[in-house]
Design a protein around this ligand. Structure first.
Ligand code: BTN
Length: 327
């Protein structure tokens, strides 16, 4: 469902800040009948919104559901275009699959696909991505940058900075970036990024960026295999997090940083990336498709390539790998 009148009605009631708005006033503002407004209110109630009806004076919004539905995100949005088209369903196979189809059909930059639960969520290297219902942010964002395909991996680094800042703003906890696509808190993973492309040999048509964030999970929500290496924003901050507000903040930073990247390249964002990184300065093991390299991560290049100083002193540029910290 894309941004609709229902979203606008919710936005209007939120902005009224506890003052009642009459059905007639809403009907006049949106150019529809009072009966149509009443029908929308009923449907919103079915989705978990609640209203107090003050006799002769109108509706006051008294409760919103704990969801990432399009109305909740729309209310919190501060962007010019990101998140202005939202495809939301309670359950999806994978937001990536749906976003790929949307991009193929011409969806514009900033379109997002988001759900409460994925039944076939996927991570990097075709791993399964567990997406517990109502606990996380399972979202794909479509970008249309005018860049050559070989620059696309830098987009992951740009997104990591945007996500770090958004999480810090909303929760007060700042994650660290583990090159290239994980965010960790206290050494445990809270966020993964999956950057996929639709491209011709010399130009990107679309970047489909999958973002998975463990937000309101309790420790018991994690499966046995990942319970020692995964964490959630709630576990580390001790607070229940408004996921829709976090989505809106993420879109705010993604819009700013992706535009800056397309205009000026990665260099101006590099020092910020480095300041958030837990990879640089550490001894790491990098497992590429062909080899394993062990050494000290000494930095990233202006193109986002990880530089590893091997034990014989040589510097190895790592373009793509799974990395783990070595003792
Ligand atoms: C990783 O760390 O391996 C990347 C995980 C990416 C998971 C997200 S959740 C939303 C989007 N849809 C998917 O199927 N995967 C990504």
């Amino acid at each position: 469902m894309k941004a609709t009148l229902k979203n606008e009605i919710i936005k209007r009631l939120v902005e009224a800040d506890g003052k009642p708005i009459s059905g007639q006033q809403l009907a006049d503002e949106f150019g529809i009948s009072r009966t149509a407004i009443w029908k929308h209110m009923k449907q919103l109630q079915e989705k978990g919104y609640d209203f107090e009806t003050v006799k002769k004076r109108g509706y006051i919004l008294t409760a919103t559901p704990d969801t990432v539905d399009d109305a909740k995100i729309t209310v919190a949005l501060e962007t010019e275009k990101f998140g202005h088209r939202i495809i939301y369903e309670e359950s999806m196979t994978s937001t990536q699959t749906i976003a790929h189809n949307q991009a193929q059909d011409g969806a514009s930059e900033g379109t997002i696909v988001i759900c409460e639960e994925q039944t076939a969520g996927r991570g990097r290297m075709m791993r399964e991505w567990k997406s517990t219902k109502g606990k996380g942010i399972w979202m794909s964002v479509i970008f249309r940058p005018e860049i050559p395909p070989y620059e696309a991996p830098q987009f992951t680094l740009v997104a990591a900075v945007a996500l770090t800042k958004a999480i810090d703003d909303v929760t007060g906890v700042r994650p660290e970036i583990k090159w290239p696509n994980d965010l960790l808190i206290q050494g445990k993973k809270c966020t993964g990024i999956l950057t996929e492309l639709q491209a011709d040999p010399d130009r990107v048509n679309a970047i489909i960026m999958g973002i998975g964030i463990n937000v309101n999970h309790e420790q018991a929500d994690f499966d046995e295999e990942i319970k020692d290496i995964a964490t959630s924003l709630k576990i580390v901050s001790g607070k229940h997090i408004d996921r829709a507000a976090l989505v809106a903040r993420i879109l705010y930073y993604l819009e700013i940083y992706s535009a800056q990247y397309v205009k000026e390249g990665f260099e101006p964002i590099k020092s910020e990336w480095e300041s958030y990184s837990c990879t640089i300065g550490s001894r790491i093991r990098a497992t590429t498709l062909q080899d394993v390299f062990i050494g000290k991560a000494i930095g990233i290049t202006k193109d986002g390539v990880l530089e590893l100083q091997l034990d014989d002193g040589t510097i190895k540029g790592i373009y793509s790998a799974d990395i783990t910290l070595e003792k």
